[in-house]
Design a protein around this ligand. Structure first.
Ligand SMILES: O=C(O)CCC(=O)C(=O)O
Ligand SMILES: [Fe+2]
Length: 291
């Protein structure tokens, strides 16, 4: 289905938004992200919340214009709590280079192991492999909604512990810490978030646990925690909850990190794959019982 969204500008063409599924994912065309008008940026920001993952083809971004774009969509964080930025001029760019162990082949939501995880991310394909290297996104709001009512009610009551040290302890030991969101990260402390997150803009609930960073459910036995997380992960990653993108150089993906998980397929052998991300500052997650 194609929706044409007027960008409320006399000088620019309307954005065209092609939905990829009933719940999440959309291809956006008719926009140059490097030179977009303010109304176009407003329309993209609204589409990000509505569709959760947006894809843009044939973009001409470079590190400078990717950072500028990010600052128009929201506030940027430095690259990552423990991984330094691309270079001195671009401390905001988180570079994933397969030649430097830059892989993300575990389902995760970005940086959930801090008090205020990112609102979203904007990822650009710099170099793509000849084969493979797709990224997949799971819709955590659709996954919550499609649980049975009794399991939703159980999930609503749970709190999870998130711990970045399994994935990033290695970087921390190798490269030292980083300052991120005003805090020095010399080591990673486990942190609690509600298992069901209420989206601050839509009020919709989503399952906010991920295999990358969630270590366990708080206040239940280890066996119960394992069984509950296995249930949630299997449900989140059902094919009906997934959109998958095959990258070309110049593609840009933008996702709402408050209601999605993602996974970068590591199925391209020795080909090189380089991606650049900027990360949008987020707020503290709250659950259905808050307030
Ligand atoms: O390399 C990718 O496709 C995704 C990497 C990732 O997890 C991220 O940029 O947050
Ligand atoms: Fe990620």
């Amino acid at each position: 289905m194609t929706l044409t969204v007027p960008s409320r500008s006399l000088t620019s063409e309307p954005l065209t938004i092609d939905r990829l599924g009933a719940h999440h994912g959309a291809q956006v065309s008719g926009i140059d992200l490097a030179t977009a008008s303010d109304p176009e940026i407003t329309a993209v920001r609204a589409a990000l919340v509505e569709h959760k993952v947006l894809f843009f083809s044939d973009q001409q971004l470079n590190p400078d214009s990717q950072v500028r774009l990010g600052r128009r969509i929201g506030e940027l964080t430095p690259s990552h709590p423990v991984v330094p930025g691309l270079d001195e001029e671009h401390p905001e760019i988180y570079a994933l280079d397969a030649a430097d162990n830059g892989f993300a082949d575990v389902w995760h939501t970005d940086v959930t192991f801090v008090r205020r995880p990112p609102l979203g991310s904007i990822l650009r394909a710099v170099q793509v492999p000849d084969v493979g290297g797709d990224t997949q996104w799971a819709d955590a709001a659709a996954a919550y909604t499609s649980l049975s009512a009794p399991v939703r009610a159980l999930a609503d009551q749970l709190t999870a512990v998130h711990d970045g040290s399994r994935e990033f302890g290695y970087y921390l030991a190798q490269r030292g810490g980083n300052t991120w969101d005003g805090k020095e990260y010399a080591r990673l402390e486990p942190i609690e978030h509600p298992v069901v997150r209420v989206h601050p803009e839509t009020g919709r609930r989503s399952l906010f646990v991920n295999p990358g960073f969630t270590s366990h459910i708080a206040g239940v036995s280890e066996a119960e925690s394992r069984a509950l997380l296995d249930l949630f992960y299997a449900h989140l990653t059902q094919p009906e909850h997934i959109v998958r993108h095959r990258w070309s150089v110049g593609d840009v993906a933008m996702w709402d990190n408050r209601a999605t998980l993602h996974y970068a397929n590591r199925d391209y052998g020795d080909f090189r794959r380089i991606m650049h991300r900027v990360t949008l500052r987020g707020d503290e997650p709250f659950g259905p019982r808050a307030g």
